[in-house]
Design a protein around this ligand. Structure first.
Ligand code: FEO
Length: 135
């Protein structure tokens, strides 16, 4: 069974963003599957790299929407993005340096962070974006 199941209560009512969140869920699951299958450092490193890159791309998509439409909670929201970006980049650097492995704890941290961020923070912009015709 996948580590992270997409459910409709994760929807933010913006198609492009839901699609990106689903891709992040898929990448976390792929990393989990790769770990369970005992994949080597090269494969794990590639998936981790894809996850970091796609996370940065996704945060950029949301932040561009905030700027374009004048979202009033942009600053607090961006702070959360910046904090996670810093943390996942640190995991990636340590992994590449051979100082850490991708453990169940790391994967659970990523899953919980994304789940909580979508439900508690991303969903706060749903009504605002829908009112601007973004859906
Ligand atoms: Fe979907 Fe704010 O990250």
């Amino acid at each position: 069974m996948a580590l992270f199941q997409w459910t409709n209560d994760l929807s933010v009512n913006v198609k492009e963003i839901d699609a990106q969140h689903k891709k992040l869920v898929d990448l976390i699951n792929l990393l989990h599957d790769s770990m369970k299958a005992g994949k080597g450092k090269d494969v794990m490193g590639k998936v981790l790299n894809d996850l970091v890159d796609y996370t940065v791309y996704h945060f950029g998509t949301e932040e561009k929407l905030f700027e374009k439409h004048g979202y009033p909670e942009s600053q607090q929201h961006k702070k959360q993005h910046d904090d996670l970006t810093k943390q996942v980049k640190e995991v990636k650097s340590k992994f590449e340096a051979g100082q850490t492995t991708i453990s169940v704890d790391v994967l659970n941290f990523l899953k919980d962070w994304l789940n909580n961020h979508i439900k508690m923070t991303d969903k706060r912009y749903s009504g605002f974006m829908n009112s601007k015709g973004v859906n």
